[in-house]
Design a protein around this ligand. Structure first.
Ligand SMILES: [Zn+2]
Ligand SMILES: [Zn+2]
Length: 307
């Protein structure tokens, strides 16, 4: 019998005016609790943005339909995946000024889809117009590092607010076809508005982002794994939790280098950046790094006393 708990995860967002944010917060809180949902829900006057996990398919189904009902929506693009590893340890509902931070709460995507390419349309462009398009990853450098589309430009940003400046600095013809993508689509919703403001006339975004693309086209134009902001670290081509990466205990980025902690002897993965820094490269945590720096010759508490 399979007793392994499995988690049903969904990522979703919607730009929709929420005039009474406290009431919306109460709705999400009670609906999540009722359906044993954990995860992150971001609310702002411009809408909601969230990834959550349930322990049964039915709980997740109920949760989704209550959201549709509450906001009076016919459909919503829920990007689903499954995991045997718990993606979240608690429920967090955060009230912000934007549901995706670009620093421009006044930029609000219109309803409907004007510049969205479905995964099929996206693939068509990728495969037939390669020389005529500029493909840009709007995500941060540590996300891009573990997987991206073939031939995509990596802006090397630390956070999304840096993306508009990066695009201003590029010598891309304003008439050139520009394709942008992110994890689930929400960053591009705002990114595209900013690019229009900059005068780009021919910009398209991948509808539903990489998560939506992989659902339909695993092992195709996207290479590597897709970083996600929860305990799975990333998902593979089949949207399964990463078996390759862990989160670096020192800096929170994807980690692939296995080390034995010199202080406490536990085994841990750390990232390649921290793997070249003294005190970090041989330790499993910030705490062990700190103690090793203070007392390089002393072992930690997991060692027998008097060691
Ligand atoms: Zn690190
Ligand atoms: Zn340690």
């Amino acid at each position: 019998m399979n007793t392994q708990p499995s988690y049903h995860i969904t990522a979703y967002y919607k730009f929709i005016t929420i005039s009474d944010i406290e009431t919306a917060k109460n709705f999400f809180e009670s609906t999540a609790k009722k359906n044993n949902i954990l995860g992150l829900i971001i609310l702002a006057p411009e809408g909601f943005n969230s990834t959550v996990a349930a322990t049964t398919e039915n709980d997740l189904k109920n949760y989704k339909s209550e959201i549709l009902k509450y906001f009076n929506l016919q459909t919503l693009n829920f990007k689903d995946s499954k995991s045997d590893k718990a993606p979240f340890r608690r429920l967090a509902i955060k009230l912000r000024s934007e549901i995706v931070t670009l620093g421009t709460p006044e930029l609000r995507p219109p309803d409907g889809k004007n510049y969205h390419l479905t995964p099929t349309e996206w693939n068509q462009v990728m495969k037939t117009e390669t020389d005529d398009v500029v493909l840009i990853d709007t995500r941060n450098w540590y996300e891009t590092k573990i997987g991206t589309f073939k031939n995509a430009i990596n802006p090397m940003t630390d956070q999304f607010t840096e993306f508009p400046k990066f695009m201003e600095s590029q010598n891309i013809s304003k008439e050139k076809k520009v394709l942008i993508f992110c994890t689930g689509g929400i960053r591009c919703e705002k990114g595209i508005l900013d690019l229009h403001k900059q005068g780009y006339n021919n910009v398209y975004q991948l509808d539903g982002g990489i998560l939506n693309y992989l659902k339909e086209y695993p092992n195709d134009e996207f290479e590597g794994e897709c970083f996600v902001f929860d305990h799975r670290v990333s998902v593979d081509q089949d949207l399964k939790p990463s078996t390759k990466y862990d989160l670096c205990p020192h800096c929170g980025q994807p980690a692939q280098t296995k080390i034995d902690c010199k202080r406490c002897d536990s085994v841990q993965m750390i990232c390649e950046n921290c793997a070249v820094i003294d005190w970090k490269k041989d330790t499993c945590s910030k705490n062990c790094a700190h103690h090793l720096e203070l007392h390089p010759d002393r072992k930690g508490s997991k060692q027998p006393l008097g060691y």
